[in-house]
Design a protein around this ligand. Structure first.
Ligand SMILES: [Zn+2]
Length: 227
C-alpha cells in the first residue's frame, strides 16, 4: 500500500498568514487532523508531521518526510493583498503535475472556488524554490493553498464548518485514488448538522428533582444535559 504524510503548515511560533483574527496554522491543523482521521478510518497508511500547535523548523519538518512516504500534502491557507483569491497547488519542478492538478480540480468542484494556479517554482540553480519540495527526497509533495485568508469570499466560505470539511473531503477523495484505497462517503449531515433545535423538558428548583428527571430521560434513551 502507498503511504502518505499530511503536513499542517506552520505551527507554534510560526502562525503563517493571519487575517480577520484567524491564524493560518490553526486552520491548517484543523484540516489536517480531520483528513488524518478520515484516511485512517479508510485503512490508509497515513501520518502527521504535527498533531498540535508546535513549532517545526523547516529542516526538522523535511526530515520527517524525506524519502519516507510515497506522497505528502502540505496544507496551507494563503494571504496576499486582500484582492486575490482561489485555490493554488504547488508541485516539485521534477514531478509530473497530475496530482497537483487533480487536487486543485477536486477542490474546485467541491467548493466552487476558482483555481488561481497550479505551478512549480525553481531557483536559478534549477532546484525547487520551496524547501518542502527541495528537501523531501523521493516523497512526492504537493503544497495545497485552499484559499486566501485575507479575501472576504474565500474566508467567508471556509468559515462555515460544512464548507471547510467538504474541501477536506475533496482532497481525501483524490488521495484515495493515488493511495489505492476505496473512498467511503462521509455522512456530513450527522457530524455537522446545519441547525440544532434544543428541546427543554423542565426547570427545577432543586438539583434532586432535576437529576430524577434526567435519569428518567436517560432510561428512555435520550441524551441529557443539566444546566
Ligand atoms: Zn502557509
Amino acid at each position: 500500500m502507498k503511504s502518505i504524510m499530511i503536513d499542517p503548515g506552520h505551527g507554534g511560533s510560526d502562525s503563517g498568514a493571519t487575517a480577520w483574527g484567524i491564524a493560518e496554522k490553526e486552520w491548517n491543523l484543523k484540516m489536517s487532523l480531520y483528513q488524518f482521521k478520515r484516511l485512517k478510518e479508510m485503512g490508509a497508511s497515513v501520518s502527521l508531521t504535527r498533531s498540535q500547535d508546535q513549532t517545526l523548523e523547516p529542516n526538522r519538518r523535511a526530515a520527517l518526510i524525506r524519502n519516507r512516504y510515497d506522497y505528502c500534502i502540505s496544507n496551507h491557507f494563503n494571504a496576499y493583498n486582500g484582492s486575490v483569491r482561489g485555490i493554488e497547488t504547488i508541485h516539485s519542478h521534477y514531478a509530473k503535475p497530475a496530482l497537483a492538478q487533480a487536487l486543485a480540480r477536486g477542490l474546485q468542484e467541491a467548493t466552487g472556488l476558482p483555481i488561481r494556479r497550479v505551478f512549480d517554482r525553481k531557483m536559478q540553480s534549477g532546484e525547487d524554490y520551496y524547501f518542502m519540495h527541495r528537501k523531501t527526497g523521493t516523497t512526492q509533495v504537493v503544497i495545497i493553498e485552499y484559499g486566501f485568508l485575507d479575501h472576504s469570499e474565500d474566508v467567508g466560505f471556509y468559515s462555515q464548518e460544512e464548507n471547510f470539511y467538504s474541501a477536506a473531503e475533496a482532497v481525501i477523495k483524490v488521495l484515495c485514488l493515488y493511495l489505492g484505497i476505496r473512498y467511503t462517503e462521509k455522512d456530513n449531515t450527522k457530524s455537522y448538522p446545519k441547525k440544532l433545535y434544543r428541546v427543554q423538558v423542565g426547570a427545577y428548583g432543586t438539583k434532586t428533582a432535576a437529576l430524577k428527571i434526567a435519569e428518567e430521560l436517560k432510561e428512555k434513551g435520550y441524551e441529557t444535559v443539566i444546566k
